[in-house]
Structure formats: structure tokens, C-alpha cells
Write a protein that binds this ligand. Structure first.
Ligand code: NG6
Ligand code: CA
Length: 524
């Protein structure tokens, strides 16, 4: 008999067997008798990494050997989607299993946003904890901290942080690298806090005497903005928002990947003897792109390419740690991104001019922010050698909204009534045993346009916003005051077929009305 609670007997009575036992969703190796340990789960969540940005997805001018290896040992998905085309709503949906557009206040968050997921909400981390996992979040957070926007005291323990959301441990950036405060938060406190340099943060006004990118461009020795990003200067780079102090706690952009990777690896080795869940959300390849010197000049695309190489390095370190601890076989890694790519996102890093034929969105139309597929079509690679025995490709239509319930199905966690209302258990899709498309998936653009994909059809609801982003990058929003209907089998979204197929448009509009109300997992 197995006594260690890490082990779980897949008998017909176990919750895992129950969730596996649903016909097509049963993983191949479940014969109803095998004893298997709960897998570790690592979610590697890149920032603004496009469908076309990895070598194994056809990237040009950049090598990503570690991610290539991951893909060659697992499943590479070619039709998977984030829930939104920007970070905060996408992460909110991923971690709560609720569409962000149901909740006001889930747009791209400033660095002083109060914690957007409230302590009483159920999260993916709560789910893993309830199944006995050790849990951690390392890297980019961007979902607010503390009780109320703008009222945090960054010099004291924060009254609300990730410990209230089911994470046993966290080492995070409050928002993004281009937003103050430019410090790491470890377990609700500024890491390496420097009492000689108390921290003040404001998104309203500067602190007297502090330089800004706008007034002191001569101090921007590392990167200059191309649009916005002209407020406080930290490490020779101007940011969004104002901050003062920080001293030795301030990050150096060139060390961010090293810092978070080291903390992620430490967490893995510290929990090698029990099941763990690690949410590893990288800063790469978000702006400001300022990777460590050792990644510079490795390809022709300049800093954006170097940031992809640095991301690949982080992935390699995680894989090497698993290898050396003997954890590779029974660790499920899901690698993905929070939204589609962007080239010039506000810093003068020459990303646009150095593309050299590289297409960050791959074949899809549109980029980050957009309602077109490029806004949410992202890379997804799933590796779990214990269960996924053959490398494969999957073109199944998949959305990150389902990962919470699917992983709950995997570990036998029971989702409380009313929690994760939009997340469906589609574990078989993730593990490659169920190749049936989700009947439909919802997208959400930065202009708040909802879209629906079903099979090869894509519907974008009418939106009065501008067809191009008006405040910075030259990006199509996908907005149109007319309903849009595309056949995306060629991935182009060029020809609006709405007037030719009015009944299809009607069908989508009806479905969208139902989804807006609620559309829980029909099998839950
Ligand atoms: C935009 C920023 C952009 C990026 C984005 C959020 C400007 C001009 N642009 O407002 O640089 O930070 O917000 O990106 O400020 S996300 O990936 O975190 O959603
Ligand atoms: Ca992002």
C-alpha cells in the first residue's frame, strides 16, 4: 500500500479516476488500476510572446532550443487562445476561470491597483492547494496588490497579497516592467527592502525634485521611450507612473530573468518531495526589453529577439532543474503566453526595423490589443512524459479559460459551487486524448469587443472604437461598427462574410447573448 499522500490510486473510486473516466477524456494510460503520483504542474506564462515567436512555431532569426525540446517531447497546439488580448484581463480569466469582461476593473492595471482578484475568490492556486499541492507565483503579476488602488504603503507588509489567493509563496513584480513600483514583492513585502530609501508611488503626480523621462531625457542611458513611458526613471529607463526611493530594492532590468528564474528553481528544489504548482510568469518579452548582456546580439532582431532568447534560457533552466531532480517524467509543463505579440510597444528598441521577415503573430492577422486572431492566438506547449508518450501536434480549438477546471479534473479537486463559472473541464484536449474542438471560444480585445470562434468561423461584434490603436503602436484593433464574420481557415480574416451569411451572424449573436448571461460547463 502507498502511504505517502503524494501517491494516488487511480481506482474507479478516486476523484481523478472519476474525472478521467468521462469517455473520450480518459488519458491513455488510465487503466483503472495503475498507481500514479500526482504530477507537479508548472505553468510557464510568457508576456506578449506571439504565436510566431518561437522557432518551433516557425520563427525566423531566433533560436529557441529549449522550447523546441519541450515541444518535441510533448504536444504543440496550433489553435489555442488566451482569453483576452492584453495582460490583466487574460491573467484574471486564467487564474479565476471567470471571463474578465464580467468584472469591471480588469483592464490593464496600473502598478498601484488594489488587488483585483479579491481574497474570497477561488483561484487556480486555491484549487491546487485543496488537492494538497505546494503553490507559488513567480514573475509578473499585474493583478493588483493591497486593499485599495493608490493607498498601498510599500514600506510595510501589504494587507492583501497572493497569500490570500492560495499561493504559499510569491516573488513577483507588482505590475509590468514598464510600470512603477520597480521592485519585487516577496510574500507581501518589498524584497530586499532598503530602509534608507522609503518607497512612494503615485499615478497622479510626480514627487518634487524627481527626474522624469519627459524632462530629463539625458538620464535615459539604457532605453528611451517611443511613446508614453516618460515618467519616473529607474535604471536609466523611464516608466509609466511616478516613484521615489527604493534604493537597493530597485530591480535592474537586465537581471529580472535571472532573479525570477532562480526563485522558480529554488521553489522547485525546495518542494521536490511533494506535489507542487508553480505559476512562472516571465517578464520576457514585454517592454522595456532589456535582457542581460549575455543574451545580447545572439540574433539579428536586436533586443526583442534577445528577449526571446532569454525567455528560452529561463525555460531551459526550469527543465534542467527538473532533470537534475528526477522530476521531469511526472511534471506537467504548460508553456504559453498572456496575449499576442507587439513589436513597438513604447520603447525605442528598433524592434520594428530589425524584424527581417520575422512574423511575431505567425500567420494570424493582428497583434496584441486586437480583436483579430493575432490578439489571442498564442503558442501552447504541453509536456508530461509520464502520460504524454508521443510528441504530437494538436489543432484543437482551445482557450485558457478552461485550464482551471481541466487541471482540477486532473488532480481531483472539487470546484466549489459558483466558482470558476466559465471554466470547463477539457483535460482531454490538454493531454491530447480528446481531439474534439471546444464548441466555441470567446475573445476580448482591448477595446472591449467580444468575439467568438466556432470551428473555422470567427465573429467579432460591432464596436464603435477606432480601427487602429490611437495612442501608440500602429496596430489594427479589429473594431468595426458592422458585425464581422470571417472564415479563418486561411487565418487571414480579410473578407467580411457577414452580409453573405446573415443566419450565421444571427447564430453567433444569439450564442454571445447566452454566454454573456452564463454558460457553465455542460458536464460539470
Ligand atoms: C500600454 C503600454 C504598453 C504596455 C501595455 C500593457 C503605453 C504607451 N503603452 O498602455 O507599453 O505596457 O499597456 O501590456 O503606455 S500588457 O501586456 O501588460 O497588457
Ligand atoms: Ca502581455
Amino acid at each position: 500500500m502507498i502511504v505517502n499522500n503524494r501517491y494516488l490510486a487511480l481506482t474507479l473510486l478516486s476523484p481523478v479516476a472519476c474525472s478521467f473516466a468521462k469517455g473520450a477524456e480518459a488519458p491513455e494510460r488510465n487503466d483503472g488500476t495503475a498507481e500514479r503520483s500526482l504530477p507537479n504542474v508548472i505553468l510557464i506564462y510568457a508576456d506578449d510572446l506571439g504565436y510566431g515567436d518561437l522557432e518551433c512555431y516557425g520563427a525566423r532569426n531566433v533560436h529557441t532550443p529549449n522550447v523546441n525540446r519541450l515541444a518535441s517531447e510533448g504536444i504543440r497546439f496550433t489553435n489555442a487562445h488566451a482569453t483576452a488580448s492584453t495582460s490583466t484581463p487574460s491573467r484574471y480569466s486564467l487564474l479565476t476561470g471567470e471571463y474578465a469582461w464580467r468584472r469591471p476593473g480588469t483592464d490593464v492595471a496600473p502598478g498601484d491597483a488594489g488587488m483585483i482578484i479579491r481574497p474570497e475568490q477561488y483561484t487556480m492556486a486555491d484549487m491546487f492547494k485543496s488537492a494538497g499541492y505546494a503553490t507559488a507565483a513567480v514573475g509578473k503579476w499585474h493583478l493588483g496588490l493591497g486593499d485599495r488602488t493608490g493607498e498601498q504603503d510599500w514600506n510595510a507588509p501589504l494587507p492583501a497579497a497572493l497569500g490570500d489567493l492560495g499561493f504559499d509563496y510569491h516573488y513577483i513584480m507588482a505590475a509590468t516592467a514598464d510600470r512603477v513600483p520597480c521592485v519585487f514583492i516577496e510574500n507581501g513585502m518589498v524584497a530586499n527592502y532598503d530602509p534608507s530609501a522609503p518607497i512612494e508611488v503615485s499615478y497622479r503626480e510626480n514627487f518634487p525634485g524627481e527626474p522624469t523621462g519627459k524632462d530629463n531625457p539625458e538620464l535615459l542611458y539604457n532605453l528611451k521611450p517611443s511613446h508614453g513611458h516618460d515618467m519616473s526613471i529607474v535604471n536609466g529607463i523611464s516608466r509609466i507612473g511616478y516613484m521615489k526611493g527604493g534604493g537597493k530594492a530597485l530591480w535592474k532590468d537586465e537581471n529580472i530573468a535571472d532573479s525570477i528564474t532562480v526563485h522558480a528553481v529554488d521553489f522547485i528544489s525546495g518542494h521536490k518531495d511533494e506535489p507542487f504548482f508553480l505559476y512562472f510568469a516571465t517578464n520576457d518579452v514585454h517592454v522595456p526589453r532589456f535582457p542581460h548582456e549575455r543574451f545580447r546580439g545572439k540574433n539579428r532582431m536586436g533586443l526583442r529577439g534577445d528577449a526571446i532568447v532569454q525567455f528560452d534560457w529561463s525555460v531551459g533552466r526550469i527543465m534542467a532543474a527538473l532533470d537534475s531532480l528526477g522530476l521531469t517524467d511526472n511534471t506537467l509543463i504548460i508553456l504559453s503566453s498572456d496575449n499576442g505579440p507587439v513589436v513597438d510597444d513604447g520603447y525605442d528598441d528598433r524592434a520594428e526595423e530589425l524584424l527581417g521577415g520575422h512574423r511575431p503573430s505567425g500567420p494570424w492577422r493582428g497583434y496584441k490589443y486586437s480583436a483579430f486572431e493575432g490578439g489571442t492566438a498564442i503558442p501552447v506547449i504541453v509536456r508530461w512524459p509520464e502520460m504524454i508518450r508521443k510528441a504530437a501536434e494538436s489543432d484543437v480549438l482551445m482557450s485558457q479559460i478552461d485550464w482551471l477546471a481541466s487541471l482540477a479534473g486532473l488532480v481531483g479537486a472539487r470546484i466549489p459551487e459558483g466558482a470558476a463559472p466559465d471554466s470547463w473541464n477539457r483535460l482531454g484536449n490538454l493531454l491530447g486524448t480528446d481531439m474534439s474542438d471546444r464548441p466555441w471560444i470567446v475573445g476580448f480585445s482591448s477595446s472591449h469587443a467580444l468575439s467568438l470562434r466556432a470551428g473555422d468561423w470567427k465573429y467579432i461584434e460591432p464596436n464603435d472604437g477606432s480601427p487602429m490603436i490611437t495612442w501608440g503602436p500602429e496596430i489594427e484593433t479589429g473594431n468595426s461598427s458592422e458585425p464581422q464574420l470571417y472564415d479563418v481557415s486561411d487565418r487571414q480574416e480579410q473578407e467580411n462574410l457577414a452580409t453573405e451569411y446573415p443566419e450565421k451572424v444571427f447564430e453567433f449573436q444569439t450564442l454571445l447573448r447566452q454566454v454573456r448571461k452564463a454558460f457553465p460547463d455542460p458536464n460539470r
